[in-house]
Design a protein around this ligand. Structure first.
Ligand SMILES: NC(=O)c1ccc[n+]([C@@H]2O[C@H](COP(=O)([O-])OP(=O)(O)OC[C@H]3O[C@@H](n4cnc5c(N)ncnc54)[C@H](O)[C@@H]3O)[C@@H](O)[C@H]2O)c1
Length: 308
């Protein structure tokens, strides 16, 4: 199993680290345009191998895609992150060109790769890869919902005063401050609906804090977060590499599911060796359906800025 991660910045390096620590891949190639940067990150990470007990080989490359040849999975994290006060949508001007270029280069050397898109605005970048590459839709996966769900669970545990292992919940919809749809009516503590434990007001607080989870961290850090994003990507990579058939909310191209068409947006999917093996259509409440439609309108508006 060979995995390429394009962009050896904060998220790319964190993602490579978590993949290595989980020790399921033979090789991870980090690639960046900054001279020597990916090589440096790869060497630093390799020097943690004996300390963290993994055998995954991590190598770095400055813009040489021949080193990524025959990758099974490729992760795109290249591009600029947001600064405090920015929305993810504002990154489109720079990141669209980068993501289009990178996906073309990756596929020249790894025509069979499954692509995971991380760069923001992620749903629109996933749609761009879909339009630009012509890859089958099961092979293009946008990562956002796995991270947003982890942030949802963090806030749920906080509100409940419970350990995170006791809570479960999912966020679907667009990966944006306004577009996320945390499924609070479906969230549970040890299989019991959280509405049994939390007031309406507290549940609303969880939902709002989840939606601005990324913005809260960007304000604190001065740039966007990387540990949870890296861990979330590594979870998707592992589910594919190990054919786990695990369910995650991922951005995927929809053709009628959830009454949506010609859009990539977060919905529950099953991930296995073929990438997205199934789109799971769950019964949403009327309020959730309305929020999903509103979220899709926002994503489509951003997609409209693309030159595809
Ligand atoms: N989908 C999500 O849930 C999620 C979460 C966090 C961050 N992000 C996004 O991921 C992206 C990366 O964030 P980061 O914090 O790692 O940024 P970063 O600036 O730390 O790293 C980005 C890296 O991309 C490299 N790069 C730029 N153009 C390139 C190209 N053409 N080819 C190869 N490498 C190139 C840069 O040199 C840099 O090292 C941003 O767009 C950010 O908004 C998405």
């Amino acid at each position: 199993m060979k995995v390429t991660v394009v962009g050896a910045g904060a998220v790319g390096a964190s993602c490579a680290e978590y993949i290595a620590i989980k020790d399921f891949a033979a090789e991870v190639v980090l690639l960046d345009i900054k001279e020597g940067y990916a090589e440096g990150k790869a060497m630093d990470l390799m020097q943690t191998a004996s300390l963290n007990g993994f055998d995954t080989k991590i190598t770095g490359s400055t813009s040489d895609y021949s080193k990524t040849a025959n990758s099974d999975i490729a992760v795109i994290t290249s591009g600029i992150p947001r600064k405090p006060g920015m929305t993810r949508e504002e990154l489109i001007g720079i990141n669209a060109g980068i993501v289009k270029d990178v996906s073309g280069n990756l596929l020249k050397h790894s025509p069979n790769a499954i692509i995971i898109v991380v760069s923001n605005p992620m749903d629109t970048m996933t749609y761009l890869v879909h339009k630009a590459t012509g890859l089958p839709k099961n092979k293009i996966i946008g990562m956002g919902g796995a991270l947003d769900s982890a942030r949802f669970k963090y806030r749920l545990a906080e509100a409940l005063g419970a350990p995170i292992s006791d809570v479960d919940g999912m966020v679907i919809g667009g990966h944006s401050d306004t577009g996320m749809v945390p499924l609070i009516a479906h969230a549970t503590r040890n299989s019991i609906k959280v509405s049994e434990f939390l007031s309406e007001e507290k549940m609303q607080w969880v939902v709002e804090e989840t939606k601005v989870g990324g913005a809260t961290l960007t304000k604190l850090l001065g740039t966007s977060a990387w540990y949870a994003p890296g861990a979330a990507v590594s979870g998707l990579v592992q589910a594919i590499a190990c054919d786990q058939k695990k369910m995650f909310p991922c951005s995927t191209f929809l053709e009628g599911e959830y009454d949506l068409n010609d859009i990539c947006i977060g919905v529950p999917v099953i991930l296995g060796k073929n990438g997205i093996e199934e789109i799971v259509e769950i019964e949403l409440t009327d309020a959730e359906k309305a929020k999903m439609q509103e979220s899709a309108e926002g994503v489509k508006k951003t997609n409209g800025l693309l030159d595809v």
